[in-house]
Design a protein around this ligand. Sequence first.
Ligand SMILES: Cc1ncc(COP(=O)(O)O)c(C=O)c1O
Length: 450
Amino acid sequence: MDNASVNGPWASEIDFLPDPAAKQKALDEFATYLNPQKVRVMRSAGLDIIEAERSGPWVWDLDGRRFLDCFTSAGSFNVGRRNPRIVAAAHRAIDHLDNGNFLLCSRQKAQLAARLAEVTPGNLSCTMFGTGGGEAIDFAIKLARGATRRPKIISTINGYHGHTGFALSAAGRGAFREPFEPLMSEFIQVPFGDVAAMRAVLDEQTAAVLLEPVQGEGGIVVAPPDYLANVREACDRVGALLILDEIQTGLGRTGRWWASEHYGVVPDIMTIAKSLGGSMVPISATVFTEELREFLIPNPFIHLSTFGGSDVACAVALEVLDVIEETGLVEHAAAMGELLFEGLHVLAKEYPEYIADVRGLGLMVGVEYVEDSLGPRMSYHLSQHGVLAIYSGNQPAVMRLMPALVIEEPEVEFLLDAMKLALNDLRAGAGPNETPTRAPRRPVRDPAKQ
Ligand SMILES: Cc1ncc(COP(=O)(O)O)c(C=O)c1O
């Protein structure tokens, strides 16, 4: 593998002028004009960070502290933040292109769709572009209903597919849905991993089953070994489609291009988003079979998106796919994931009073604490030791560790050290403001002396 290209090279130190006053102003304005409660919640978890500089696996707070980014916008920075190849591709694109006219056929859309047909499994070969994950899910569900002319969509409890219309109806957590009810009808949720429960509701009225191969927001829950194959078979038996949401799990995150490859299952429809934009542009893709494309033939304008798959975004995404392939990033993620798991298993043995479980695939890792309150507390203590890590939306006891796939051994060690220091803080009974900070803080220089 070409380490230099996996590795950026990333700056582990960036010379910039910290500006705590600008940070405070940003937080105050955020509280006033966006959401004061978000500022409070983030502050209590030590996450009132205002991102300034970013490079590969690292991010710098405007106050000068450096963090290893283990949240990565829930898996959006697989190729690293501001990867130099992606930055260069974005510059080239902006020099010549813009969003493009969405009604016209586009060279960049065609090139990216052709590449996606190459890198996605089995007979997935056609694409509809969008701007984000929710939009990709919405189209997947529209396509499933439109092509089958059936109403029912089955998803899973604690599953997460975004907050747009159809995606929200499939949400596996009531709190997200309830204020907006009634949502779409004929959406059913069953427990994840339970084939019998799935079979019990799958019938000839079912358009599709929608699943994440590894539940992300649900607390890094890995599908049991035969689950996807059994669901695939149960779908086939009643003529229902299988939609796999690879928005968090795809593009190398689990140590394979797609998490479904761990299970040898090919879906009818796959959704891709987040890291496809290389940390730089919004873009998503719903990839499906030629057979399903038949539905679009009579009306090629049945699903439109002005910015979905803009020319600039497609050019950037093409470079993302090249970077993943040419730098061996998928295999690298698998190797770094193994190292991380090894270290976390040691910590789990050392701190059984705090760690209940360590699980995941590749660099999609969940550390389950023994109780919910430890999620936010560990976020806080980790932030004091230079790690940005956030507990799961639907499972606060589970910390997600999803660093950029470009991390190297020293950064895995840094993360494991930080975990140990944070666990020691818990043992010492330290609360907020009582932990010594290891996040190196740049000295604030007097602007008058610049
Ligand atoms: C598995 C999964 N699906 C869908 C989405 C929604 O994506 P977006 O926030 O881009 O709409 C997310 C976002 O976290 C996700 O993790």
